[in-house]
Design a protein around this ligand. Structure first.
Ligand code: HAM
Length: 420
């Protein structure tokens, strides 16, 4: 038997309503904040991620689904959405659009070859937003507040928002130098990846999955102490405005994020709920001031976040929050013989075109089994069609909730159901 690829999942018909509920809510909230949807391809040039996300990140080094197409181009299934959005912004010259800044969102599958674990998939759906073309602490606050609004709108409570500032390029160079001085004498005690990272990108050592408990990670210099005045001021303004609108957060000086493009504000939301599992990050994001220029774009800056629907669902489960099941069908027509099912199939055709949801039993089971089926399909009303009903045109319209029924003519079914 051919099995589903490792790290992927089927969303079965019995569960898809949960996804639809979440997706609808996310479209709605995006609209409230005036973000418009952008759809970019599922695969992009590999170079986009190597240059955008960073050659020394785990995503690029270990986790990309990269392949050569028949024209010998190196393509990659997108592991994240920011670099593709920025590529599209640059290619479509959105800096010249009349509507400024550019505020977009996406909801699409992403692909990372990661070790399978609870909350970690090889294909997962990210909902993300990007605000490009403005550098102002207030837009950083808008992005963070939208994120918290999303989680709260689903009723989640056990959340923690962590923020940090990674500073600008100048602060970062000074910090990198401090990290090299801190780690270099004992770098032999670290994993082989970290031994490379010390030369290519020392900040990556701070979020190494293997060495996270090493004493030197705990005593590492703090980015905050290397921020220049401008970066500090930016961070203070973000915090003050989060305070002003009552968004609680904790500053985590070790938060560096796993992608290279971040500058200034960086943040993550974690779930505190018991039973959530080992991976507690629900969402991550931050500001990326150099990314557009790094991809040969204009001198514009951006900020955004992305969350996966899979982890949102896990958080809901951990906090025992149920997504409401959708209503069943309006009408189920039980049939007693071949003639009546034929007629019923014509009736449902007409009713459906008038917006009434209805079904019949193509398996032609006995009446009792059909009634059970109507119940399982959540039918609000049923009628039974037999020889008698076909000749008079009158049927008993039964309300499944109350058990009450009323004689109606087949021709008035649509108006009656529409009214109800
Ligand atoms: P990221 O931290 O790599 O950031 O991923 C963001 C979110 O995607 C994570 O917090 C998690 O919810 C989800 N996620 C990541 N990997 C997996 C996985 N294997 N299985 C399930 N969920 C996963 C980014 O991708 C940035 N592009 C975010 C961003 C947007 N920064 C600025 N704008």
């Amino acid at each position: 038997m051919i099995q589903i690829p490792r790290g992927t999942q089927d969303i079965l018909p019995k569960d898809s309503y949960k996804w639809q509920f979440i997706e609808e809510r996310l479209h709605e909230i995006a609209k409230n904040y005036n973000y418009k949807e952008i759809r970019t391809p599922t695969f992009e040039s590999t170079e986009l991620f190597v240059r955008g996300v960073g050659g020394s990140t785990d995503i690029v080094n270990k986790e990309m689904y990269t392949f050569q197409d028949k024209g010998d181009r190196s393509l990659t299934l997108k592991p994240e959405g920011t670099a593709p959005v920025v590529r599209s912004y640059i290619e479509n010259k959105m800096q010249h659009d009349v509507v400024q800044p550019t505020k977009v969102y996406y909801m699409a599958p992403m692909f990372r070859y990661e070790r399978k674990q609870k909350g970690r998939y090889r294909q997962f759906v990210q909902f993300g937003i990007e605000a490009i073309g403005v550098e102002d602490p207030l837009i950083d606050v808008e992005v963070i507040s939208m994120l918290m609004h999303i989680y709260k709108s689903f009723g989640l409570k056990d959340l923690k928002l962590y923020i940090n500032s990674i500073g600008d390029q100048n602060s970062r160079s000074a910090y990198n130098e401090a990290l090299v001085n801190h780690f270099k004498p004992s770098i032999d005690e670290f994993c082989s990846d970290c031994q490379t990272r010390i030369d290519t990108n020392p900040m990556r050592i701070l979020d190494c999955k293997k060495d996270r408990d090493h004493e030197l990670i705990k005593t590492a210099p703090r980015m905050y102490d290397y921020l220049n005045d401008e970066s500090k001021q930016y961070f203070e303004e973000v915090k003050a405005n989060l305070d002003a609108i009552g968004i609680g957060y904790e500053v985590d000086y070790n938060l560096v994020r796993g992608l290279d493009y971040y500058t200034h504000t960086a943040f993550e939301v974690m779930s505190d709920a018991e039973g959530f599992g080992a991976i507690t990050t629900l969402c991550g994001g931050g500001r990326y001031n150099g990314l557009l220029e790094m991809l040969d774009g204009p001198h514009e800056t951006g900020i955004g976040f992305a969350l996966s629907i899979e982890r949102l669902l896990l958080a809901l489960e951990a906090e025992n929050i149920e997504i409401p099941e959708p209503a069943g069908i309006d009408l189920y027509i039980c049939t007693l013989d071949d003639k009546s099912i034929e007629r019923a199939s014509h009736i449902v055709h007409t009713l459906r075109t008038k917006g009434i949801s209805c079904d019949i039993d193509y398996k032609r089971r006995k009446l009792k089994a059909q009634m059970k089926d109507a119940d399982r399909k959540g039918a609000a009303y049923t009628i039974v069609l037999g020889e008698n009903e076909l000749s008079t045109g009158n049927v008993e319209l039964k309300h499944m909730g109350t058990g009450e029924s009323k004689t109606v003519h087949l021709d008035e079914l649509d108006t009656l159901l529409e009214e109800k």
